[in-house]
Design a protein around this ligand. Structure first.
Ligand code: ZN
Length: 689
């Protein structure tokens, strides 16, 4: 009898609506059983004279089948409101899949078979992409401990398990800590300064909690809004205290969900893992497959960028202090900083940012962004109407080139209570060519975190929202526009972090281009355009006083690096944080704040990698200069970018691709002489792939 489990069928687009909880575990069990059999059969047949199709492509096929099924399950787990049964089934699938991967990656016979192929005379004739694939696979197997003795492998497996559990617990405690705090507000005057859509959301929170008025919860979007716009200083202070002490020994829920001991254990275990695998420290282990060559190089980069950023930071801090005095503030506390910056920006260019969002309704802006990508990159982005989705608001774009479909992008625009409160891009399928010559097409999902507009009203994007949309669109396009046929190289999940963040950051820069904004903006009711002066003033306001964001990013990156440079059992996380903070005195963080305890980048795959945002940000800034010089609508430049940056696989490094695009060396731009420092602009660290 044929198996009807939708997760086991071949699909071009996932059968979202037919997947039920009872399909999850049987599907993953079946795939893992099939994969085990396939791997053991191919080891038997390939151990002496291995060949590309029957070894590399065959193993890729097994990986792709499992990864794609798991990606569908993980997407549904994240974006829908799963019940307990679903959550448990999804967790079982995660366990089965993780266990299988550990088993596969410690398979010495499989490792030897790859080695035999890599050392064979056949391999000498391989092109550079195939050689890169083989090297990458062998490196990954070594890094997973395939060459260790059996007791060492057991220790590694135990460490991996414990590390995974601690990372999960860190996030759970953070979630519980955040959920424990709320504040009921009965008088709207305490919320003065917040926009109507924020007030509507807070009112909805109150309704859901069964009371009138408004209810503040501890989420990132609300935090940003309160810190930037709430006039009530006492409210900002209270909220700041609750937010920056989450999961710690301080604040309103001190010691209830303290992540510090857990983080200390985690760092020590990561260090032990690195040592076991022959590395001096965990940062060294994490930086394999990166553009950057060593932790020392990262440190030098961050130090140099900090030195370059400091004068502007000092100058702006003083300007904010001076401005504060005119506003009746005798001191600038951390909960005043963003608020004062917003006021300063408003006055800077005559309220240039007020009402700006009326010119960026979500639907029309998205349509125009697609039109822009079509023109620049020579593709078609056709919005489909008949397709399966997990929510009515989800949209689907079919990407085609020269009349042939080459990939798909889902756009999930709105924040949902059950979903993470940050934007991001996830992938469901990587492009590859299989042994039969069939090419499964890449699929990306753009998750935004916009609030739904009131019924019947279009959602109007803030400029920050626009940057989010551009950033994630950059990631999605990089994923679907690759031409690489190799599973191990294609797709953004296969890129090192310092490469993966690049496309998002380049796309964000379009949002600060005069020419681009003049073309993009149109009033959602009247269609009226922004004038050149309005756009110039808006850009000037947006660029002003952003050195605080740069300092935050550099501080976080340095802390993350220091934490993974050989801290052992006795590591005092807060001490490391305080030591790093000494180089950023103007950040003026209170003694009692505990930002490390809620710094979830440390447990979501970004550990020892936060630097990547600044690193790729510098490259993006340099790269964008070519768009500025040639004109942001220059089709030749767009086409060149598509061919040199989006098309190749990573057998060619991003630096090589950029040199081909810019027609000049670029590596030295990462370490510019001090005089050029002022051209390096701040990038936001809060966006993820
Ligand atoms: Zn990103």
């Amino acid at each position: 009898m044929p198996n009807t489990n939708p997760l086991l069928q071949n699909w071009d687009l996932p059968p979202w609506q037919s997947i039920r909880v009872e399909h999850l575990v049987p599907a993953i069990e079946q795939i893992v059983t099939d994969n085990r059999l396939a791997i053991s059969t191919l080891i038997d047949s390939q151990s002496t004279y291995p060949n590309w199709d029957d070894l590399v492509l065959a193993v890729d096929e097994t990986d792709a089948r499992l990864d794609e099924a798991m990606a569908v399950i993980q997407t549904l787990d994240t974006v829908t409101r799963p019940d307990n049964a679903w959550r448990q089934a999804a967790a079982v699938c995660e366990d089965i899949s993780a266990q299988y991967k550990i088993e596969k990656m410690s398979n010495a016979a499989l490792f030897r078979t790859y080695q035999t192929l890599a050392q064979s005379s056949v391999a000498e004739l391989f092109d550079s992409d195939r050689k890169t694939v083989l090297n990458k696979i062998l490196r990954a197997l070594r890094r997973a401990g395939v060459e260790l003795t059996e007791p060492q492998q057991q220790e590694l497996a135990k460490l991996n398990l414990e590390i995974g559990a601690l990372e999960g617990l860190f996030l759970s405690q953070l979630k519980w800590a955040s959920a424990s705090w709320s504040k009921r507000i009965d008088d709207v005057k305490h919320l003065e300064g917040l926009s109507q859509d924020v007030l509507d959301r807070l009112a909805l929170n109150a309704q859901q909690a069964g009371h009138d008025g408004w209810r503040l919860l501890l989420d990132e979007v609300t935090y940003t809004q309160v810190m930037t716009y709430a006039e009530d200083r006492a409210l900002r202070e209270e909220y700041y205290c609750a937010y920056t002490t989450r999961a710690s020994d301080q604040g309103p829920h001190a010691d209830q969900f303290d992540n510090a001991p857990l983080l200390q254990m985690l760092v020590a275990m990561r260090q032990r893992k690195a040592r076991l695998l022959g590395f001096e420290n965990y940062a060294q282990l994490k930086l394999i497959n990166r553009m950057v060559e060593s932790p020392e190089q990262v440190k030098q980069f961050l130090r140099q960028q900090t030195a370059l950023a400091t004068p502007a930071f000092e100058q702006e801090t003083q300007a904010i202090k001076n401005f504060a005095l005119t506003q009746g503030f005798s001191s600038v506390e951390p909960w005043d900083h963003e608020f004062l910056v917003a006021k300063l920006r408003e006055t800077h260019k005559g309220f240039a940012l007020k009402g700006l969002r009326k010119f960026f309704p979500l639907d029309a802006t998205l349509r125009k962004l697609c039109e822009f990508c079509e023109r620049m990159f020579g593709i078609r982005m056709t919005e489909l109407t008949m397709f399966e989705r997990w929510d009515d608001s989800v949209r689907l774009f079919e990407i085609s080139e020269h009349g042939r479909v080459i990939g798909h992008i889902y756009v999930d625009p709105y924040q949902r209570k059950e979903a993470p409160d940050f934007a991001g891009t996830s992938t469901l399928r990587n492009r590859r060519r299989n042994a039969e010559g069939r090419v499964p097409l890449p699929i990306a999902v753009l998750h935004a975190n916009f609030s739904r507009g009131a019924a019947g009203q279009p959602y109007l994007l803030t400029h920050k929202d626009l940057r989010v949309l551009l950033h994630e669109l950059g990631h999605c396009l990089q994923h679907v526009l690759t031409r690489s046929p190799h599973y191990t190289l294609s797709g953004i999940s296969q890129l090192g972090r310092d490469t993966a963040e690049f496309a998002g950051q380049v796309f964000e820069l379009f949002g600060l281009s005069r020419e681009f904004l003049l073309w993009l903006a149109a009033h959602y009711q009247t269609g009226e355009r922004l004038s050149e002066t309005q756009v110039d003033n808006a850009i000037a306001s947006l660029k002003a006083y952003d050195s605080g964001a740069t300092a935050q990013l550099l501080m976080s990156a340095m802390f993350d690096l220091e934490l993974h440079l050989g801290q052992g059992e006795s590591c005092d996380v807060q001490q490391v944080f305080d030591d790093v903070l000494r180089d950023f005195p103007h950040l003026n963080l209170p003694q009692w704040s505990r930002l490390a305890n809620s710094f979830d980048y440390l447990v979501t795959g970004y550990e020892a990698s936060v630097y990547a945002y600044k690193w790729s940000g510098v490259l993006a800034t340099q790269t964008f200069k070519r768009f500025e010089n040639d004109g942001v609508f220059n089709l030749q430049t767009g086409k060149l970018f598509r061919e040199k940056v989006f098309a190749p696989s990573d057998s060619r490094s991003l630096l090589d691709s950029l040199e081909a695009f810019l027609e000049r060396p670029i590596a030295a731009d990462l370490f510019p002489p001090t005089a050029e420092l002022s051209s390096v602009s701040a990038r936001s660290p809060r966006l993820r792939t």
